[in-house]
Write a protein that binds this ligand. Sequence first.
Ligand SMILES: *[C@@H]1O[C@H](CO)[C@@H](O)[C@H](O)[C@H]1NC(C)=O
Ligand SMILES: *[C@@H]1O[C@H](CO)[C@@H](O)[C@H](O)[C@H]1NC(C)=O
Ligand SMILES: *[C@@H]1O[C@H](CO)[C@@H](O)[C@H](O)[C@H]1NC(C)=O
Ligand SMILES: *[C@@H]1O[C@H](CO)[C@@H](O)[C@H](O)[C@H]1NC(C)=O
Ligand SMILES: *[C@@H]1O[C@H](CO)[C@@H](O)[C@H](O)[C@H]1NC(C)=O
Ligand SMILES: *[C@@H]1O[C@H](CO)[C@@H](O)[C@H](O)[C@H]1NC(C)=O
Ligand SMILES: *[C@@H]1O[C@H](CO)[C@@H](O)[C@H](O)[C@H]1NC(C)=O
Length: 455
Amino acid sequence: MLSLARVFLIFITFLCFLSVQARLHKHTEGKHWLPTSLISLPPSPAPEAVSPSVNAPSVFNVKSFGAAGDGVSDDTQAFKMAWDTACQAEESGTLLVPDGHIFMVQSTIFTGPCKSGLTFQVDGTIVPPDGPDTWPRNSSKRQWLVFYRINGMSMQGAGLIDGRGEKWWNLPCKPHKGTNGTTLPGPCDSPVAIRFFMSSNVTVQGLKIKNSPQFHFRFDSCQNVLIDKLIIKSPALSPNTDGIHIENANNVNIYNSVISNGDDCVSIGAGCYNVNIQNITCGPSHGISIGSLGNHNSRACVSNITVTDSVIKHSDNGVRIKTWQGGAGSVSKVTFNNIHMDTVRNPIIIDQYYCLSKNCINQSTAVSVSHVSYSNIKGTYDVRSPPMRFACSDSVPCTNLTLSEVELLPSEGYILATPICWNAYGTMYTLTIPPVYCFLDGNPLKLPQDDVVRC
Ligand SMILES: *[C@@H]1O[C@H](CO)[C@@H](O)[C@H](O)[C@H]1NC(C)=O
Ligand SMILES: *[C@@H]1O[C@H](CO)[C@@H](O)[C@H](O)[C@H]1NC(C)=O
Ligand SMILES: *[C@@H]1O[C@H](CO)[C@@H](O)[C@H](O)[C@H]1NC(C)=O
Ligand SMILES: *[C@@H]1O[C@H](CO)[C@@H](O)[C@H](O)[C@H]1NC(C)=O
Ligand SMILES: *[C@@H]1O[C@H](CO)[C@@H](O)[C@H](O)[C@H]1NC(C)=O
Ligand SMILES: *[C@@H]1O[C@H](CO)[C@@H](O)[C@H](O)[C@H]1NC(C)=O
Ligand SMILES: *[C@@H]1O[C@H](CO)[C@@H](O)[C@H](O)[C@H]1NC(C)=O
């Protein structure tokens, strides 16, 4: 009797599995596979969704799907169900995270493609479990809210995303957080707060996000991304809390945002091109970085990056290009224009000797750096470092660097520090402050081979 019931149960389970498989297969066109446990699945049936009226777009309020919003209850399933319902809606809908509530959501992958465009409206607060001890064992410690294979989504609202990162930052495997300032060996995975992966036509605007355990935003393998009017905030000493990190991304516009954090304000990794950053304020932070590139002898290609009309204050770096020795590929067509520096330690820096320990060996290849223009960059630098440093590779010189209207004064005292150049070919179009007399003229006799630079 018992075994018959069990056989029946197994049969039913198998049927469910088949139907889920079929739906999932259609859903993802069978191209990319993730463990089913991680994917939000369409619920059946959809409970109490506000029924779509003829003209108004549908609103899918997470509370209608059972979210408690008390900051303690686990609202993950409600978010998944709201997502799946909104995602399957024929007309573009809105997933609403309502004002006046705090929703606790665990590491979740919101999967597309959806049937039509979608708005993820955050008016309330979303938090993850509080720190590594309460993070569910079976969910990824490397990412929290993930949007995967989405085409056409706007994430917006007046709400807050609070990553509750403090307990992660203080793990003994983080730099100097072990006993007596030691760093215990890792793995030291900490979740990225919001990740868009393999997505396109994505807008993120108006949100506040704070205290991520690791990067606040990460866009990888994405295209057509618009980021506007974000406020990103975490303490100056929080490790690895980059504001916005992009890699393998193109046609990315980042506008009108204010970022203060413990690592790069914006970091641009390998495979990025056509990136435009305008009117952002960084600081305290580690500035705007291209890199680090070429780690473990990898090839990296980055081109057509523009940063304009921005402010960088009380930061370790201003605008930085950093590459490891031994890489291949190139960084080219980079424009830094109209940037105000306020007490920045390395306002303008190219570092082709990037190394996290002190004993990186010299290697004979590098990611080449060329056509970088710095114009109208003014303000003050922290006197502990020279305001301009072009430390280019021994084997692959930087070429076509240009400077105009660059005026950087010490934040204290009156003595101008001398800029540093190494193997840097460039031109000072107008007399800069301090002047850069250390550029090499013209073009190098020997240019790196095309097959090394080729992108
Ligand atoms: C983790 O396990 C819990 C309880 O067993 C389950 O409810 C949850 O769906 C699982 N999460 C993932 C991402 O597998
Ligand atoms: C930490 O430093 C104190 C004082 O120097 C010392 O007594 C103690 O043994 C150290 N602890 C460890 C784990 O090294
Ligand atoms: C993104 O949007 C544009 C314009 O709305 C559209 O032409 C394009 O096909 C979309 N991209 C993708 C990958 O669907
Ligand atoms: C620049 O961004 C700030 C912060 O979002 C905003 O207040 C300001 O209006 C923007 N400036 C322009 C010219 O758009
Ligand atoms: C450079 O990127 C911008 C967008 O930031 C784009 O409008 C422009 O066409 C790109 N230039 C080239 C040569 O691709
Ligand atoms: C690496 O190269 C630099 C610059 O040429 C030189 O000063 C340094 O001694 C070299 N280091 C090693 C470990 O060879
Ligand atoms: C800079 O780049 C241009 C165009 O790519 C090239 O013609 C020129 O020779 C390069 N060097 C200098 C010193 O301008």
